[in-house]
Structure formats: C-alpha cells, structure tokens
Design a binder for this molecule. Sequence first.
Ligand code: C5P
Length: 233
Amino acid sequence: MSNQSKCTLILALDLETREEALAMLARLGDSLEWVKVGLQLFTAYGPDFVREIADKGYKVFLDLKLHDIPNTVAKAVQSISNMPVQLLTLHACGGGEMLEWANKARNDHAPDLNLLAVTVLTSMNEAQLRSLNVQATPETQVIHLADITLKAGIQGLVCSSLELDPLRARFGTEPIIVTPGIRPAGSAADEQKRIMTPAAAAAAGSSYIVVGRPILKANDPAAAAHAIQAELA
Ligand code: C5P
C-alpha cells in the first residue's frame, strides 16, 4: 500500500470532434485540472488541438502510446517537446533500449515532461496474453515490464489498478502510477477487464486515475466527475 496521499482525476477526452470535446469541457466546469488527449482527437486535430486545450488552462496528458524503433520514438519525443504536454505515454513492450532513448530525448529536450510506460493494456486479460504467446499472468507481466521501464529511467507507469499493490510494494512511492480501467460502483465495465472503483484505486496508491466513458456518457457529466472527485478526496 502506498503512502502517496493525493490521487487526481484525469478525464479521457475520447470524443469524435473538437466541438464535442470543447462542449464537454465547458459542461464540466472548473474543477477538472487534467485532460487526456488520445489517438482519436490527436489524429484528427493534431498539436493545434493540444495547444487549444492547454490555453484553456488544462494540464495535458498526451496518450499516443508510442511504440517503434528507438530512434523514431526518441525523435517523436523531441517533436512533442514543442507542445504544452505534461504527461506522455509510450509502450513498455518497445523494450529497454527504446525506453532509454525516449528518456534521453526527454532529458535533453523536455525535462518537465513525465514519460509513462504502458505495461499491459487494461482491456487485456490472461487469455488475451496467451493468444499473443505471453505465458505470464497479467500481474507478472506488468511487474516485468515495470522493471524494464524504471531501469530505463522512465518516470512512471500505466497499469490496471489491480497491480497497484504489488507495484508499490516493489518500487515504493516514487514512480508516478496512472490507472485507467476505473469504474465507479454500478457503472458499465464496457470492454475493460481489469477494473476498480476510484476510491479503491486511490487507496491502493494510484497517482492519477483516468476516466472516460463513466463521465462522458453520464446523463450529467459534471455530477459524475464531481462524484469521482469526492471519492478521491
Ligand atoms: O472510457 P474509459 O474510462 O474506459 O477510458 C479509458 C481510457 O484510458 C481510454 O482513453 C484508453 O485509451 C486509456 N487506456 C486504457 N488502458 C491502458 C492505457 C490507457 O484504457 N492500459
């Protein structure tokens, strides 16, 4: 169990258009500090959209899950250093060398940017790992990838909240740990397979929880977001 006290909500802004995204942010009001821009909006609107969100005062988590040869990922990190982004994801499965090159690019060009390595996607369970010929359990695989990530000097991890206890026990309070796959009690799991409530994830040592559909699809998104923030407080 972690003694990190604060766990912060990040909204996964997984919507189709810029207009829908801006309307959702307007509905959510001031209490939201962090927004995750993922592949859907970034591939549609690019860096200008990231700047637009940052100009509104939000901190941006750019979730591009980079995974390529070390040089290509390092160059992408260098390009992203020109954007107002505080958190950026890459896939731990790219391996130690890719992670080291990415971290060097971060140190050289964007020392205020925190890199997060995605371990095992929260939509994957043991059966899906088997189908990729990975014989480990999700937990063992997450710990293995976390070892590689933190040895490469990367600042944090993305994992399911079910792995928070073993990760905090092994690596302590220092790494940033971001957990998607969060579902308030009573909300639909969608395709997420390894899920936890906001309060349980906070208690287990999550630094940030990422929540999308339970807020975006709620009848009253602002009330849903406030309820989650109240659980975290
Ligand atoms: O709608 P929902 O709350 O399931 O959204 C979760 C968000 O977190 C999505 O944007 C998804 O891409 C992201 N994510 C995830 N699992 C990971 C890493 C990121 O679900 N391991």
